[in-house]
Design a protein around this ligand. Structure first.
Ligand code: E4P
Length: 217
């Protein structure tokens, strides 16, 4: 399973990249606003740190505008993935950009039928939003399961990029279902490593080691 960092904060991305555990980055207009930084400069900076796919979202809502913006974003770096909303216009732009070899991420996916269309439009990634479904009392993980089944049924190559992940448990469940990628905020990604018994065990080991008076090197 690949892990993407869901943030537009360059410092956070640099810190996570150093772990060697992160395969890409996703941004969206809200994350860009939160960063307070210039959009295109931020995407360029992220692409320098992160060689894997970096999603940058268009702002136009018509197919021609999305295609134009997508081509401009794709010029920033070769690992830019153009993020397009799951609308008919977004799917049209997705097909055109995909046919020209531009990587695409069809976002704001909330149903299996929408994911089916994204695959038919040739999307590189589809982003089903788990947390936002949970927020309205619909189990987002069922959507991931449905998409996995449909994509397997037809051998679609579009990768399932589980998004709007709010907890370590979401990541675990997505991995069990077989999502290709999980994109999560840095705090959730860090939480994957933590367990109270690891902390407790380490504390005991360090205490016992210190009492031996030995050194490893
Ligand atoms: C995905 O690419 C989105 O940026 C993100 O996962 C949205 O998450 P949210 O629902 O927590 O805003």
């Amino acid at each position: 399973m690949k892990f993407f960092a869901d943030t537009a904060n360059v410092d956070e991305i640099r810190e996570l990249a150093e772990t060697g555990l992160i395969d890409g980055v996703t941004t969206n207009p809200s994350l860009i606003k939160k960063s307070g930084a210039d959009f295109k400069q931020t995407i360029a900076a992220i692409c320098e740190i992160m060689p894997g796919p970096v999603s940058a979202e268009v702002a136009a809502t018509d197919a021609a505008g999305m295609e134009r913006e997508g081509r401009r974003l794709a010029e920033i770096a070769e690992n830019v993935v153009v993020k397009l909303p799951l609308t008919i216009d977004g799917l049209k732009a997705c097909r055109r950009l995909t046919d020209d070899g531009v990587m695409t991420n069809v976002t704001l996916c909330f149903s299996a039928n929408q994911a089916l269309l994204a695959a038919k439009a040739g999307a590189t990634f589809v982003s089903p939003f788990i947390g936002r479904l949970d927020d309205i009392h619909i189990d987002g993980l069922i959507l991931i399961q449905e998409i996995r089944t449909i994509y397997n049924n037809y051998a679609f190559r579009t990768e399932i990029l589980a998004a709007s992940i709010r907890s370590a448990n979401h990541v675990r469940e997505c991995a069990l279902i077989g999502a290709d990628v999980a994109t999560a905020p840095p705090d959730v990604l860090k939480a994957l490593a933590s367990h109270p018994l690891t902390d407790k065990g380490l504390e005991t080991f360090l205490k016992d080691w210190a009492s031996t008076g030995q050194s490893v090197i």
